[in-house]
Each structure stands twice: as structure tokens, then as C-alpha cells.
Design a protein around this ligand. Structure first.
Ligand code: NAD
Ligand code: UDP
Ligand code: UDP
Length: 315
């Protein structure tokens, strides 16, 4: 396998990707950020453009990519339901064709490659909390399937390139992550609630608000990704990365209202199809193998995120 300093981050102009690029640059790496700006923004990485070790490359990963690098973090894929459902065929293509192209690139270069998979591979789970050996309960034909099944197929491709071509792969299953630089109209629950609260608009809970998620602060997650990439070749995952503290959407709304001192009202709207009822990562594997666990609790993470959106909405 190659040993070198250069890294490709696909989806690098997105929420997680831009934080990852920043972290890798501060670790002294040379970073090529590859993004087609579907949900990402040039603005997310603009402050990195003056760094000589950073390069921004506009490219859609469903098309082949020829360049030289030592490692690849494959994050390209819209992550918010409203965005990945806008062009569902493209979403599946991004996960599947994107994985094939990035694996082909890794194979030609003998580069190590990490896949940003998702807790959505567990679907609406019968096992709680979710462990990596659980195979999941995913509807193959529902409105979330373009994302869930695309990501599942990408995992299959990673494992087959590992078995068939002896590629050095790493697969992480990311659970709900939030923080500064989420897009204000990203559509995910944390950004929606904060933006609505700051604007004094109604906070909309889908369903009865009893469904749960476990929210990880972005800095913790990025540290997990970097640690995973640095593990010995025989540890390939999949490994869950997320914060195991579980909250209902009602509790989240209450916290956001309190932290923003907002007078917004909470209103209810119908639950979208196939919305998972519960989600909580079991992270013993990450604790053992990566010596990793989240450090930032929801209260502190929300404060940072509220401050970010406050600045954004007032500039
Ligand atoms: P995001 O939408 O902010 O970032 C995704 C990036 O990928 C964007 O910059 C987008 O423009 C880019 N992209 C999309 N399609 C592309 C294509 N065909 N070619 C090149 N670039 C493309 O979302 P995010 O939250 O930063 O998610 C990053 C990755 O992490 C995704 O793969 C997502 O599935 C995974 N993930 C995120 C979460 C989370 O809670 N944030 C949870 C699980 C998994
Ligand atoms: N590929 C790429 N960059 C490379 C090498 C390959 O984008 O540097 C793409 C190529 O277009 C191919 C895919 O990756 O379709 C899979 O490559 P692989 O070598 O596994 O398969 P093959 O070329 O034999 O179909
Ligand atoms: N949700 C909500 N109001 C919103 C956005 C989302 O109540 O404005 C709910 C959504 O139905 C889901 C949970 O919050 O039950 C998390 O949604 P998100 O889209 O952030 O992530 P995912 O469902 O992919 O975990």
C-alpha cells in the first residue's frame, strides 16, 4: 500500500467534508477536495483556498476520476432526506457509481479508501441499540431507499473490492451528526429547529415527536473518521460512529427553544414514510479499536451550533 501525504476528500465542500478537509490540513496533509456542489458550497471551503496544500476540484463522482493520491475519504452523497429525495435516481448513482469509480481509483493507485456509510443501513431497526452485526430492516422500495440501499450497495462494493482485489478499505457507519456549517435549509432536524427558533417561526415536529435520534457533534465525528483511517490494515469495519445519548424529537425541540430563548410554537406535521422510530449507536467497537468516544454533549454542541446560525442569519 502507498504511504504518503496526499488525501482526496469526495464531498469535501459539504458539511462533514469541509470540517474533514480543515482537520486534515491542520494535520499537515495535502488535500484535494472533490465536489459537484449538489448540496455542498464553495463557501464552506473558501477559507482553505489560500492554503497551498489545498485544491478544490469540481467533479461528479459518478464519472471516472483520474488523479494521484495516497488516501481517499469517500463522503460524496447528499445526506438530508429532502435533498437525497429531490433526485433519487442520482442519489443511488452517486452512492453506487461513485463507489465503483473511487474504488477503481483506489485499486489503480493501491490507495487506502474509507467509505462514509450510515446508520440508515439499519433502516427502521428491531435491534436497539444498533450493533455492527445487525443486518438491518430497510424497505427496498420506499422513499428513503435511494439513500439506504445505495449506501448498502456501496458497502457491498467495498467488501467485494477488499475480498477480490485486496484493497485496503475502511467502512464507518455514521449516525446523526450536527454542528456549524450545516446548510440553513439543509432540512435536517437540528438545523431546521434552530433556524426556525431563531427566526421566531413555528418549530415543526414530524409525527408525535416520540421518535428518537442520537446526535453527535461534528468535531467528535471527524476525529473518529481520522482515527479509523489510521487503524492497522486488518481493521476494516464496519464500525459505528455516533453519540450514544438518545433523545426524542420533542426533547430536542424543548432544548432548542430554551437555548435560543425563542417564543416559537411547536406544531406537528405528518411523519414522512419509513421514518425510523429509534436510533442509537452501540459504540464498543469504536471504543476498543479506535480508542474513540464522543466528548461533546448535546447541550454544548447545540450552543455552538446556535451561535453559528445566529451569526449566519445576522450577516
Ligand atoms: P452534505 O450534503 O453536506 O455533503 C455531501 C457533499 O457531497 C456535498 O458537498 C455535495 O455537493 C457532495 N456531492 C453530492 N453528490 C455528489 C456527486 N455526485 N459528486 C461529487 N460530490 C457530490 O452532507 P454531510 O452531512 O456532510 O454528509 C457527508 C457524508 O456523510 C455523506 O456521504 C453522508 O451520507 C454521510 N453521513 C452523514 C451523516 C450526518 O448526520 N451528517 C450521517 C450519516 C452519514
Ligand atoms: N476508475 C477511475 N479512476 C481510476 C481508475 C478507475 O475513475 O484511476 C473508474 C473506471 O472508470 C472504472 C471504475 O473506476 O469504471 C472501476 O475500476 P476497476 O478497475 O475496478 O474496473 P474496470 O475498469 O475493470 O471496470
Ligand atoms: N424531523 C422533524 N422536523 C424537522 C425535520 C426532521 O421532526 O423539521 C424529524 C424526522 O422526521 C426524523 C428526525 O427528525 O424523525 C430526524 O430527521 P433528520 O432528517 O435530521 O435525520 P434522519 O431521519 O435521516 O435521521
Amino acid at each position: 500500500m502507498r504511504e504518503g501525504n496526499s488525501v482526496v476528500v469526495t464531498g469535501g465542500a459539504g458539511f462533514l467534508g469541509s470540517h474533514l478537509c480543515e482537520r486534515l490540513l491542520s494535520d499537515g496533509r495535502e488535500v484535494v477536495c472533490v465536489d459537484n456542489f449538489f448540496t455542498g458550497m464553495r463557501r464552506n471551503v473558501e477559507h482553505l483556498l489560500t492554503n497551498r496544500r489545498f485544491e478544490l476540484y469540481r467533479h461528479d463522482v459518478t464519472f471516472p476520476l483520474y488523479l494521484e493520491t495516497d488516501q481517499i475519504f469517500n463522503l460524496a452523497c447528499p445526506a438530508s432526506p429532502i435533498h437525497y429525495q429531490r433526485d433519487p435516481v442520482q442519489t443511488t448513482k452517486t452512492s453506487v457509481h461513485g463507489a465503483i469509480n473511487m474504488l477503481g481509483l483506489a485499486k489503480r493507485l493501491r490507495a487506502r479508501i474509507l467509505q462514509a456509510s450510515t446508520s440508515e443501513v439499519y433502516g427502521d431497526p428491531e435491534v436497539h441499540p444498533q450493533t455492527e452485526d445487525y443486518w438491518g430492516r430497510v424497505n427496498p422500495i420506499g422513499i428513503r431507499s435511494c439513500y439506504d440501499e445505495g449506501k448498502r450497495c456501496a458497502e457491498t462494493l467495498f467488501f467485494d473490492y477488499y475480498r477480490q482485489h485486496r484493497l485496503e478499505i475502511k467502512v464507518v457507519r455514521i449516525f446523526n451528526t450536527y454542528g456549524p456549517r450545516m446548510h440553513p435549509s439543509d432540512g435536517r432536524v437540528v438545523s431546521n429547529f434552530i433556524v426556525e427558533a431563531l427566526r421566531g417561526e413555528d418549530i415543526t415536529i414530524y409525527g408525535d415527536g416520540q421518535q428518537t435520534r442520537s446526535f453527535c457533534y461534528v468535531d467528535d465525528l471527524i476525529d473518529g473518521l481520522v482515527r479509523m483511517m489510521g487503524t492497522p490494515a486488518d481493521f476494516i469495519g464496519p464500525v459505528n460512529l455516533g453519540n450514544p445519548t438518545e433523545f426524542s424529537m420533542l426533547e430536542l425541540a424543548e432544548r432548542v427553544l430554551r437555548l435560543t430563548a425563542s417564543k416559537s410554537k411547536v406544531v406537528f406535521a405528518p411523519l414522512p414514510g419509513d421514518d425510523p422510530r429509534r436510533r442509537q449507536p452501540e459504540i464498543s467497537l469504536a471504543r476498543d479499536q479506535l480508542k474513540w468516544e464522543p466528548r461533546v454533549g448535546l447541550e454544548d454542541g447545540l450552543k455552538e451550533t446556535v451561535a453559528y446560525f445566529h451569526r449566519l442569519l445576522n450577516t
